[in-house]
Design a protein. Structure first.
Length: 248
């Protein structure tokens, strides 16, 4: 049976975050969690739905990074959000994500933590996985990793090759933003690792951001999401060590 969950915004070290946590009896709190890194929407409605689903379906505490510090697709147009994404600095974003991970470890007492991200969040999931050897999984949906990133940008491909945790990556074959060369470079970096498995899924006809329900008017995107998302949830349970709700 799915877990009952408690949801809401919280403040962490000066940062706002959205948290979904399974309810538990005293002394039986979850010790596993997932850091959620949104797409350009920030923690808009769909990202909150995914965060809730992770907590409800996998039994993990799910904590979502508030990329735009209070703004999201709930109240801000996508043109404005894209401008914000162009202004986002890797060092600042990664420092914020590290602060959330520290909260999960030290304040929530979680001993097994993974990371999942979509689009720009998928790129950061790969980078974070290469920088934080304690993560137990890295999940990246259609990560926005382009070749020839600016000199100021962190090299996501190089960091992908340093990840020590199991990786699940789903890539759309008709991605108009991320060139196929980027996918092939990421695939090579991940499959060159010897310390952990890589599950790499290619959806040949799907397009960038296929998880976004706004794109599900195209059957190829809806199908890619319908196949990949349940597998990612099972991957979370297997890698965090949480058996999931109702497991014996």
């Amino acid at each position: 049976m799915p877990s009952e969950i408690i949801t809401g915004y919280i403040e962490i070290d000066g940062l706002r975050a959205y948290k979904a946590s399974p309810t538990a009896a005293a002394g039986d709190r979850p010790a596993t969690g997932m850091l959620v890194l949104p797409m350009v929407t920030g923690i808009g409605e769909q990202v909150r739905e995914w965060t809730d689903t992770i907590a409800r379906s996998t039994g993990n505490v799910a904590l979502a990074w508030d990329t735009w510090h209070g703004r999201s697709s709930d109240d801000t147009g996508f043109d404005d959000l894209r401008v914000l994404s162009q202004q986002l600095e890797d060092d600042v974003a990664l420092q914020e994500q590290d602060r959330l991970l520290r909260h999960m470890r030290e304040e929530l007492g979680l001993t097994s933590i993974g990371v999942v991200g979509w689009c720009l969040g998928g790129r950061y999931a790969l980078i974070l996985g290469g920088r934080n050897r304690s993560l137990v999984n890295v999940i990246a949906f259609h990560p926005t990793v382009t070749m020839g990133e600016t000199a100021e940008a962190v090299d996501a491909v190089a960091h992908a090759g340093m990840i020590e945790a199991p990786v699940f990556m789903a890539y759309p074959g008709k991605d108009s933003i991320v060139p196929r060369e980027s996918f092939l470079a990421l695939q090579q970096a991940l499959q060159s690792r010897h310390q952990a498995p890589s599950i790499i899924q290619l959806y040949p006809e799907a397009k960038h951001g296929f998880s976004d329900k706004r794109r599900h008017n195209e059957a190829v995107n809806e199908s890619a999401y319908r196949l990949s998302w349940p597998q990612a949830l099972e991957f979370m349970k297997a890698t965090t060590g949480h058996p999931g709700p109702g497991a014996e």
